[in-house]
Design a protein around this ligand. Structure first.
Ligand code: NAD
Ligand code: AKB
Length: 320
């Protein structure tokens, strides 16, 4: 990869953006990675390299930033996630679709060379086979977020085949990390549970104890993102989006793991509208296409993830 790459990350203040910018700056150099968001990011992101405020709906400003910094690659992370989008369907649809169009057009008109845009397990719905969900299967999502991600996948494939845009994508499962809080998804319980366990030794969960979902520890998600972006173009055979699997667990199993660190931890359950969203998603993913095409391998199991989450969060959380 050329050291002349200039990378723009849109949505850099979010759960994934925070970790991704730090890793990209390590690999490409601080000054080569322009972080952007509609809001302020962490001090580390804003002061560790270039940072600009950008509302991704503002296509003119996006084009100005690309020109000013000589951007060659864009990572588009700005989106409205599943739970928030269900509460504001117009905003969810508008932002998730317009942002992608604006960025894909940068590729279409040869202003950037390479684009990353994440999809989600939310492209699947209640009619999808739930266990070991295949790469190619029934996709009938019943959330506005899932519908926008499915449309986005078709849009990516279309721009690649019609206009030769080098756009790459993976369907993230629910992500668990300690650096930044999650931004309004259905899988957010799996982050909040750690914070509340450390602070209060108890947690009220909005999903039921048996709700098994595909999940992944953030370092594996960052690795998958950079693996697909740095793979030779001919190895990226799927231009809609790849399944990537990590681990699958439910709140009950996660509780047992947390209890190894906090023996008096207790969990109670009070499900809400997010239960219905979770019930429409798969329990585990078949990611053999990603493994075959660009050598994807996950590294973290449930136990390793919980151990690292505990060590890092105990370091930074003040217990009242
Ligand atoms: P997040 O909500 O934590 O971060 C999104 C960021 O986008 C926020 O910092 C927000 O301020 C910014 N943003 C919102 N509107 C904007 C606008 N108009 N202009 C510019 N920035 C704006 O989300 P995340 O978890 O980091 O997710 C990033 C991407 O990954 C999204 O596309 C999401 O759908 C996808 N994804 C995430 C997960 C997960 O578990 N975190 C799983 C599957 C897919
Ligand atoms: C969400 O819950 O909305 C996200 C996702 C799986 O896309 N974490």
């Amino acid at each position: 990869m050329s050291s002349k790459e200039v990378i723009l990350v849109i949505g850099a203040a979010g759960q994934i953006g925070t970790d991704l910018v730090i890793e990209l700056r390590k690999r490409y150099g601080d000054s080569q990675v322009v972080a952007s968001d509609i809001r302020d990011a962490s001090e580390e992101i804003m002061e560790g390299g270039p940072f600009v405020h950008l509302d991704i709906m503002d296509e003119l400003k996006l084009n100005q930033i690309v020109k000013e910094f000589g951007v060659t690659q864009v990572y588009l992370l700005a989106a409205i996630l599943s739970a928030t989008a269900e509460r504001n369907i117009e905003l969810g649809w508008r932002l998730n679709m317009r942002s992608l169009s604006h960025v894909l057009d940068l590729g279409r008109f040869k202003k950037v060379k390479k684009i990353y845009w994440p999809s989600s397990i939310a492209v699947f719905g209640p009619t999808t086979p739930s266990i070991n969900t295949p790469q190619l299967t029934i996709t009938e999502p019943n959330t506005v977020y899932g519908i926008s991600k499915l449309a986005g996948e078709r849009w990516c494939e279309y721009y690649n085949s019609k206009f030769g845009v080098d756009v790459r994508s993976i369907r993230y499962p629910g992500l668990v990390g300690w650096t930044a809080p999650p931004g309004g998804g259905t899988t957010d319980y799996a982050v909040s549970i750690f914070h509340e366990a450390i602070k209060y030794s108890s947690y009220e969960c909005f999903l039921s104890e048996e709700t098994t979902l595909p999940m992944m520890y953030m370092p594996d998600a960052i690795k998958a993102t950079l693996d697909i972006m740095e793979a030779p173009a001919e190895q990226v055979k799927i231009r809609s989006s790849y399944n990537v699997g990590g681990i699958s667990f439910n709140p009950k199993q996660l509780t047992e793991e947390i209890k190894r660190h906090i023996p008096d931890f207790t969990i109670s359950y009070k499900t809400d509208y997010r239960q219905q969203i979770a019930d429409s998603w798969p329990a585990s993913m078949d990611d053999s296409a990603a493994r075959a095409d660009w050598n994807w391998q996950h590294q973290y199991g449930l136990t390793e993830m919980v151990d690292e989450m505990m060590v890092n969060l105990k370091r930074i959380i003040t217990v009242y």
